[in-house]
Design a protein around this ligand. Structure first.
Ligand SMILES: Cc1ncc(COP(=O)(O)O)c(C=O)c1O
Length: 442
């Protein structure tokens, strides 16, 4: 991922790889006015160290953001961190001992994988479908771990517009997960950078709201609703956990940037932060639609992909014989980049999937980028046909597009069987939820 990000910094590369919000629309005049005010009115403080927990005024802004999604955290339970990334790191630092089990989605946020690995967690990934993590599968795995006398430290989930799959945990599953956490006294880490970036459909309550903060540790960030450059995020946790997180942060970096905390305070005092999010939503909705149209036009018939109702990412799955890490090398020669699916797994799965970002580049670049990737895929498909004599279009991949199930070869279900008839999995999630090339979007 690090190498990839270095390559995508080259200006000629169309990067569909990063998770970059579009910061180009942030009004420069507003930014200049706010920074000037800070320089004039609170320079000494903005240039000084601050409290490890963050300024109380920054926490007020965080409480306001969480309130917009129906959450009411106690300000004393909040710590300001250096991005959501540090919050994940500090939670692991606090809770995870080598060999502890951490459960997460399959696929999971690629940036969380190295954190879990660096604390030597034993990562167990639970399949996702169109309704997010399969909670029935989670229950089965928890019971299996019980029988091995292994206790899970926490379940990590990105329930809304997940990075990387773009899927959202349904309300019924959110309720079940929270019930399960309460029943088993199991901690859930809810990472929610994208909840406010909804383009369609009805808002869903965060796990933190459903649980009331007893078993859910919450991670948030200003990165996707304001700026990743300010490097400010937060964690919300009950006091015994928070005490340790604060100690861990003190050891890590003493405090997060006081300068950018002051900027956040100025920005929120203006009272237009929700308007800015609305403007981002408009832009991202259009770009998502552009990418979906380009995928229909340029990806082969066997490809499938998710259709997110928010966030920044689409997850595409290609025929099983295509390795997206190899494909990336080819794509980079065409000056286009994406994240290969394997980055979202700890066990080598995801080899024929890719994460595509639609927020960081404009419509023309999205069209051109997808066209170039489509061309690289077409070459791989043709090569496969030449080498094997098979016509890949006749291959059947089971559960196309469903994160975590890509490439499973299976005989077609007999007509009238449950899988063939309903297209649902055991929990009601759609196993065939995604568009194929050439199909019109609903
Ligand atoms: C799910 C998720 N968590 C955490 C982060 C970290 O973001 P930051 O450290 O910029 O807040 C990201 C960034 O893309 C993300 O997608």
């Amino acid at each position: 991922m690090r190498d990839l990000m270095a390559v995508t910094a080259r200006p000629e590369v169309i990067s569909l790889a990063g998770g970059l919000p579009d910061t180009s629309t942030f009004p420069a005049a507003t930014f200049a006015a706010q920074m000037t005010r800070i320089a004039q009115e609170s320079a000494a403080e903005a240039l000084q160290y601050g409290p490890t927990e963050g300024f109380a005024e920054t926490v007020d802004c965080i409480v306001e953001v969480m309130g917009a999604e129906g959450m009411l955290p106690d300000p004393d339970d909040v710590i300001v961190t250096t991005g959501g990334q540090q919050a994940i790191d500090l939670i692991c630092k606090t809770l995870v001992d080598p060999g502890d089990v951490v459960v997460c989605e399959a696929p999971t946020y690629p940036g969380a994988v190295p954190v879990f690995c660096s604390y030597q967690a034993d990562v167990v990934q639970i399949e996702c479908d169109s309704e997010g993590m399969r909670i029935d599968e989670l229950e089965r795995v928890l019971e299996e771990l019980d029988s091995e006398k292994r206790r899970v430290k926490f379940v990590y989930s990105v329930p809304s517009f997940q990075n990387p799959a773009g899927v959202t945990l349904s309300l019924a599953r959110r309720r079940r997960l929270v019930e399960l956490a309460r029943h088993r006294e199991l901690l859930v880490v809810e990472d929610n950078p994208y909840g406010l970036l909804r383009f369609g459909g009805d808002p869903l309550p965060p796990l933190y709201q459903l649980d009331g903060g007893d078993f859910v540790i919450y991670v948030g960030t200003f990165s996707k609703i304001l700026s990743p450059g300010i490097r400010l995020g937060w964690a919300v946790a009950p006091p015994p956990v928070m005490e340790k997180i604060v100690l861990g942060k003190q050891a890590a970096d003493l405090c997060s940037s006081t300068l950018t905390q002051r900027f956040v305070q100025e920005y929120f005092a203006e009272g237009r932060w929700r308007e800015y999010i609305e403007s981002l939503i408009e832009i991202y909705r259009g770009r998502r639609d552009t990418m979906l149209a380009a995928l229909r036009e340029h990806f082969p018939a066997q490809a499938t992909w998710t259709e997110p109702e928010g966030g920044l990412f689409i997850w595409a799955t290609l025929p099983d014989f295509i390795d997206t890490s190899d494909l990336l090398a080819k794509a980079l020669r065409e000056d286009v980049a994406f994240v290969p699916g394997q980055a979202a797994y700890t066990d080598g799965r995801g080899h024929n999937s890719m994460r595509l970002n639609f927020s960081g580049v404009d419509d023309a670049e999205i069209r051109e980028g997808i066209k170039r990737i489509g061309k690289a895929i077409a070459e791989q498909v043709e090569l496969y046909g030449t080498l094997t004599g098979e016509r890949p279009a006749q291959q059947r991949t089971h559960h196309p597009g469903t994160p975590g199930r890509e490439g499973e070869e299976e005989a077609p279900s007999p007509p009238g069987s449950e899988a063939a008839g309903s297209g649902k999995d055991d929990e009601g999630g759609d196993v065939l939820p995604f568009r194929r090339a050439g199909e019109e979007s609903a």
